[in-house]
Design a protein around this ligand. Structure first.
Ligand code: ATP
Ligand code: MG
Length: 379
C-alpha cells in the first residue's frame, strides 16, 4: 500500500513515520519543483509525478497552498482525500468565510476588501482595531497586517496598494479580545465515522503557535459539544475524509471559528505521545479506508514548538516524559525547526516539567514557556 503526499515538509514526514508500521509507504512531492522525495530521508526518488499518481492507492496533502493546476490533475485521479473542495476552502479565506456563513457558524466579524479605498468602510463597520489577512498563501501569521490606531491607516493603505487585491482580496477582521484560543482536531472516514481529540489550548506569540496544551484545562462539556457540533457541520458539508482542524477563539462560553485547516495540524502534534492513536496515523487510516484508531488521551501533554533555533544540546531529554522531534530543516528566523512533547500525570507535573525545560532552551526562542509553566502548576 502506498500514499502520495502533496508537500514534503515535517507534516509529510510525520505521516510517513506513522504509516510505516501499518505497512504503508509514503512518498512526497515538493510542490515547488514537482520532485518526488522520501519525506523522512529527503532523498530524491527517481519517478515521475504522472506515474506515481497512477501507482499509489491514495493521495493527500500536508498543506492547503497547492498550485491549482497540480490539484486539478490529482483531483482527476479520483484518489485525493480530503476533497479538492475542502482543500480549496482551507486555502482561501474568502471561500472559508462563505462556507462559515452558509453553515451559520459563528466566526469573527469581517469584511472583504478588493480595493484599498474600501478599507475606510471596513474601519467604519468594524472599528479601528483590525487584523487584515491576505485571503491566500498566508501561514504562521505571514500575509497579515494589524491596525491599532486610525492614524496608522494612511501608511497601511499605501503598503496594501502595492498588492493585487482583485486577484487576492483581503479579509479584514475585527481584532477580538478573546479569553483564549482553542482548537479541535478530529478525523472522519469515508463511512462518516468521526473520532475527536479533546480541545487543545493554544498560545500564540506574534501570530505564530508556540505552545499547545491538551486536553485544554477548564473545558465544560457544553464547550466540547459546541466545538464538535461545528466540526460535524463542516466535515459533513465538505464530505470530509481525513484529519480536519478547526481553530477557535473562546469568548465566555461561546466559540467563534478563526479558521479551518484541511490537514493534520500543529496543535495536534501532542497526540504523538498523549493519545492512543496520533493524528498522523489516524489521517493515514482515514485516507486508506482503514478503521479509525482510538483518540483516548493517555496523559496531559504540552507541545512546544522549537522556532528559529539552531541545533542545541539535547540534555533536556533527561526530563521525565520529554520527547523531541527535530525536523532537520535549515534554520531561519521564525521557522519551525521541531517540537517537544512533554507528558505528565497531571497539569501540575506538566508545569514542573515545562519549568525544567526552560533551564535548557534559550528564552528568546521560547518566550511563553515560563509563564505557562507557572500557570499549569497553579491549576
Ligand atoms: P497559522 O498558520 O499559525 O494558523 P495563520 O497565518 O493562518 O496562522 P490566523 O490563524 O488567522 O493566521 O492568525 C494567527 C493568529 O493571529 C491567531 O491564532 C490569533 O492569535 C491572531 N488573530 C487572528 N485573527 C485575529 C482576530 N480577528 N482577533 C484577534 N487575534 C487574531
Ligand atoms: Mg491559524
Amino acid at each position: 500500500m502506498s500514499i502520495l503526499v502533496l508537500g514534503s515538509g515535517q507534516l509529510a514526514r510525520m505521516m510517513a513515520l506513522s504509516a510505516y508500521p501499518l505497512g504503508i509507504s509514503v512518498q512526497a512531492v515538493d510542490v515547488a519543483d514537482n520532485k518526488i522525495v522520501d519525506p523522512v530521508t529527503k532523498q530524491v526518488i527517481n519517478n515521475t509525478l504522472e506515474r506515481l499518481i497512477e501507482e499509489v492507492d491514495a493521495i493527500t496533502v500536508e498543506f492547503e497552498h497547492i498550485p491549482e493546476d497540480l490539484l486539478e490533475i490529482v483531483h482527476r485521479s479520483g484518489k485525493l482525500k480530503p476533497s479538492v473542495e475542502a482543500i480549496l476552502t482551507g486555502a482561501d479565506r474568502v471561500r472559508e468565510k462563505k462556507l462559515l456563513e452558509k453553515l451559520d457558524i459563528a466566526n469573527c466579524p469581517f469584511s472583504i476588501v478588493t480595493e484599498v479605498k474600501q478599507l475606510e468602510d471596513a474601519v467604519e463597520s468594524l472599528g479601528n482595531s483590525l487584523i487584515i489577512k491576505a485571503s491566500r498563501d498566508g501561514y504562521d501569521g505571514y500575509g497579515q497586517w494589524r491596525l491599532h490606531d486610525l492614524a496608522e491607516l494612511p501608511k497601511l493603505k499605501e503598503q496594501l496598494s502595492k498588492l493585487d487585491l482583485q486577484k487576492v482580496p483581503l479579509v479584514v477582521e475585527k481584532m477580538l479580545k478573546f479569553d483564549r484560543e482553542l482548537s479541535l482536531v478530529a478525523v472522519r472516514n469515508a463511512e462518516g465515522d468521526i473520532a475527536y481529540y479533546p480541545l487543545a489550548e493554544n498560545l500564540h506569540y506574534q501570530g505564530q503557535l508556540h505552545v499547545s496544551v491538551a486536553p485544554a484545562p477548564h473545558v465544560s462539556n457544553e464547550l466540547t459539544q459546541q466545538a464538535q457540533t461545528i466540526f460535524n457541520k463542516l466535515a459533513e458539508s465538505l464530505d470530509y475524509v481525513g484529519v480536519l482542524a478547526v481553530e477557535f477563539f473562546q469568548i465566555g462560553q461561546q466559540l467563534l471559528v478563526n479558521e479551518i485547516a484541511p490537514r493534520v495540524h500543529n496543535s495536534g502534534h501532542w497526540t504523538m505521545h498523549g493519545a492512543d492513536t496520533c493524528q498522523f496515523e489516524n489521517h493515514i487510516r482515514a485516507v486508506r479506508g482503514l478503521p479509525l484508531g482510538s483518540t483516548k488521551v493517555t496523559s496531559p501533554t504540552a507541545m512546544i514548538n522549537i522556532i528559529g533555533c539552531k541545533n542545541f544540546a539535547r540534555e533536556m531529554l533527561s526530563i521525565p516524559g520529554c520527547h523531541m522531534h527535530w525536523y532537520g530543516k535549515t534554520p531561519r528566523e521564525k521557522r519551525k525547526m521541531g517540537h517537544f512533547n512533554l507528558c505528565a500525570d497531571n497539569y501540575q507535573q506538566l508545569g514542573a516539567s515545562m519549568l525544567a525545560l526552560t533551564e535548557y532552551v534559550p528564552v528568546e526562542n521560547f518566550p511563553m514557556l515560563k509563564d505557562e509553566a507557572r500557570r499549569l502548576m497553579d491549576i
